[in-house]
Design a protein around this ligand. Structure first.
Ligand code: ADP
Ligand code: MG
Length: 415
């Protein structure tokens, strides 16, 4: 009977922290910076409790499920947390006594756990189904290594062998259960986030619809008068100014138009877009603005960077991120803008500045509507950028360090 009691206690010591972890995860839409510390403590206490109240049987033999928090903690929180947890196990086992159990734990960590650490990076990058299989296999491997050392150091009896098998099966089952729970919870978490974003977009769509109409009318009037001003006796320079002004008004009009369709699927007006051409155009348009802020723009543009989507949107994206890059340098600086093909199948756009940069929290908030730290900012630019890159079926990444600079990287499949 006491074995069953011990077993049930072990189960709850493993399951309860996972429950707390998931409640925490679901309660926080944005993962906090110190979450890893919190999780390391959570898994750490689960391990210590498992080791303090093991399943005892025979003459002084024990089993516990410390592998489960150790495995889940390592796979989901990274190698640093993993190393912390394994050191914790060794130290606590040493505190309990430097007997055969200590040496088998130590050898288990060295030969069994090192493999888990090795596969941690792989685990993060594979699909859900593979993760579940990997977790079960890694936990079985660790138990097998541990059981081998225990048998070598303590000898084998029928009872110990039965218990080893029981432990083996339970650990694999628990690893499976915990990974499935974690994966499902993470899926729900992402869906909730997406739902919130969709709701925000819907709200913005409703609001802009009202304003856009009011802004378009005066713009049309201004455009009409500009056309009237464009008489043949004007100097070339003035003609050029008028042409640029009209182009810009048209562009603004298009932005409004695009903004109205933001959130709706974009299939209209898709064509092959040469990102290089668009980038050259955006640089020309931004040149005066950059000069007024003492910023120089350097480019590296490859030919044949064709992607499939809406050209206007691509141009809008490039202007938005270049504008942000220029605005991030209050005194002077350089913006590097490049577009190259990578892996033969993708186009990579990079815009890098040496401006004020952003903290991790600020980078996470990018793309939320009306999030702006500028006096006259709209806080809509980056949100539109994310949307545009999504419409090109690409990925957008922002790397930033405070007082060093920011780099925006977009990868889009080639047409
Ligand atoms: P806006 O430019 O109107 O403020 P954005 O959505 O374009 O709105 O940008 C949101 C915020 O993100 C900015 O206010 C700024 O604080 C930050 N940001 C964006 N790009 C950069 C950058 N390249 N360097 C530093 N901060 C940036
Ligand atoms: Mg902006």
């Amino acid at each position: 009977m006491s074995i069953i009691k011990d077993f049930l206690l072990q189960l709850s010591l493993v399951v309860v922290p996972v429950g707390i972890y998931q409640a925490y995860l679901l309660g926080h839409i944005r993962i906090r910076k110190n979450i890893n510390l919190f999780l390391a403590m959570l898994w750490g206490s689960s391990i210590l409790l498992c080791m303090s109240f093991p399943i005892s049987y025979g003459n002084g033999m024990h089993h516990d499920f410390r592998i489960v928090p150790l495995l889940i903690g390592t796979l989901y929180c990274g190698q640093r947390t993993g190393v912390f947890l394994s050191v914790l196990i060794i130290l606590y086992r040493l505190y309990l006594g430097a007997d055969a159990g200590f040496y088998s734990s130590l050898l288990g960590i060295i030969f069994g756990y090192s493999v888990i650490l090795y596969f941690q990076k792989r685990f993060v990058s594979v699909s859900k189904d593979k993760r579940i299989k990997m977790a079960v296999m890694l936990s079985s491997y660790y138990c097998f290594v541990g059981a081998s050392f225990v048998s070598m150091l303590r000898g084998v009896t029928t009872e110990s062998l039965t218990m080893q098998f029981f432990h083996f099966g339970c650990a694999a089952g628990l690893a499976w259960l915990m990974t499935v729970l974690n994966e499902n919870m993470a899926e729900i978490h992402t869906m909730r986030k997406e739902l919130q974003n969709a709701e925000r977009l819907r709200l913005i769509g409703n609001l802009t619809g009202v304003f856009a109409h009011e802004i378009r009318n005066p713009m049309q009037v201004a455009r009409g008068f500009l056309q009237l001003l464009d008489t043949p006796d004007l100097s070339d320079k003035k003609k050029q100014y008028i042409k640029l002004s009209i182009e810009e008004l048209d562009h603004a009009n298009n932005i409004i138009h695009n903004f109205l369709t933001l959130g709706k699927p974009v299939s209209d007006g898709n064509e092959n877009v040469d990102v290089g051409d668009q980038l050259k155009r955006a640089v020309t348009l931004m040149q005066n603005y950059a000069l007024s802020k003492n910023v120089t723009i350097q480019t590296n543009i490859e030919s044949d960077c064709l992607v499939h989507g809406n050209a206007q949107r691509m141009s809008q994206f490039l202007i938005n991120i270049m504008k942000n890059a220029i605005e991030s340098m209050p005194v002077k600086g350089t913006v590097w803008a490049s577009c190259i093909s990578v892996d033969g199948s993708q186009v990579e756009i990079r815009v890098k500045d040496e401006g004020i940069g952003m903290s991790e929290e600020e980078v996470e908030r990018l793309g939320s509507p009306y999030y702006s730290l500028k006096e006259n900012g709209t806080g809509l630019g980056m949100m539109v950028c994310y949307q545009i890159i999504k419409s090109f079926k690409g990925k957008l990444k922002v790397l930033s360090e405070q007082n060093v600079g920011t780099e925006v990287v977009a990868r889009i499949p080639k047409a």
